[in-house]
Ligand binder design. Sequence first.
Ligand code: TYD
Ligand code: MG
Length: 464
Amino acid sequence: MKEKTIFECKTCGHKEPRWLGRCPECGSWNSFEEKKGTAGNRKQNEHETAVSVPLSSISNKEEMRLSSGIDEIDIVMGGGIMKGSAVLVGGEPGIGKSTLMLQLAASVKTNGRILYVSGEESPGQIKVRAERLNISSENIEVLSETELTSIVNVLNNVKPVLVIADSIQTLHSSEIDSSPGNVNQVKYCTRQLIEYIKTRNIVLFLVAHVTKEGVIAGPKIAEHMVDTVLYFDHGEAGIRILRSVKNRFGSVDEIGLFTMTKKGLKEVKNPVDAFIMHRNLTGENKELPPGIATAIVYEGTRVYFVEIQSLVVPAKAGISRVFTDTTDSRRISRIAAVLEKHVKLKLSSMDIYVAIAGGIRVNEVGIELPIALSIYSARINVPLPPNMASAGEVSLSGELRPVSHMERRIKTGADLGIKRIIIPVNSKLKTEQKYDKFIAAAPTLKESVKTVFSRMSPGKQDTL
Ligand code: TYD
Ligand code: MG
């Protein structure tokens, strides 16, 4: 059996088939040393050499990740970018995908090289953008190219640790007989690139344009092939939301928030500012319109406040229906049924509309109590008190169930000057929180409705 020679970086252990002056992984110079036999002897000695390793000695996951240098991206990706992973970044034209990618290229924590392949812009145009963003990193290489074989040739030379392909719609291979952006082209080029990066532990970011009218077929196919899918989207008040819709290496609950400034994308560190309608938390006791409730949401690792808006109107079709884009409609139907049965709120032959301000989607279970209060308020046409928020799960029996991280939710609420928080009894609280006067713990949905509405407008709910 022929002995195979490999070269290993003394600094980081990165392996290469040839000697290199500089490690593409960690950037060390003259760090490669020759190692013999690893590949060649493997088969022959397989049975004798198979050894287990202590679990405790296996390097932990964090070392398998690169920090993007941008907290919001790290959060969304589950604590950094997994090495050797393929990430699809989708969004409408103009949302800021290319800007985000260039900023990522400049800030990612690596000494290795980053290759930015653009099929949309010339190196000159990329340079103009980089200057605007104040980027002058030595380790970013730029390539304006769309043909796959040429790109792979450059990859072979540059040996980047991270490659960005902007965009997937412009990529094409001369091996495939169809135009760029065509499903077959997207499929082929994506597969080739993924294969390339997987065998070399490189990170791949693929940019994909997605129009408002719907997802284009090409990128949809790529979604199945990559490890992580991120979508960059417009939120309320100029906020741009980066969310993961698929992540093999982390949760998909996390979101990252940005604003576009004259000098690129800026992270929004305090998401509360982004989501809460300020009228709810101004500290003034301004009356709200009926149907508005504030929910304290815990998703991923963060607490934020969202405004739930409900509208209840007589059903046009005679049978009641539920409309919502921003949460699960089955959940709303269930809450409506509980309101009807256990709170005696008449909802049959009513259409129920529920929206979350800012168009964000929330699927956390704690949103059920605020949704119930919002629907109740809309139905009886009596507003909820200002500066009030709630969180809790509603069970079919009409009972309220505790939800996770109530302590943090309450603390954030208190910091923001919330005057009253409605929560389920048995919520896990710190001892000192239990005595906070602004917390009202209710055992059932009915009790919570009483607590909220009786003092506001006595007797009014009985008129239904
Ligand atoms: P871009 O990243 O090109 O969007 P995409 O790649 O998703 O199509 O940028 C989107 C918009 O952002 C563009 O209209 C110009 C604007 N912009 C700024 O406002 N500030 C900046 O610093 C940059 C680079 C762009
Ligand atoms: Mg672009």
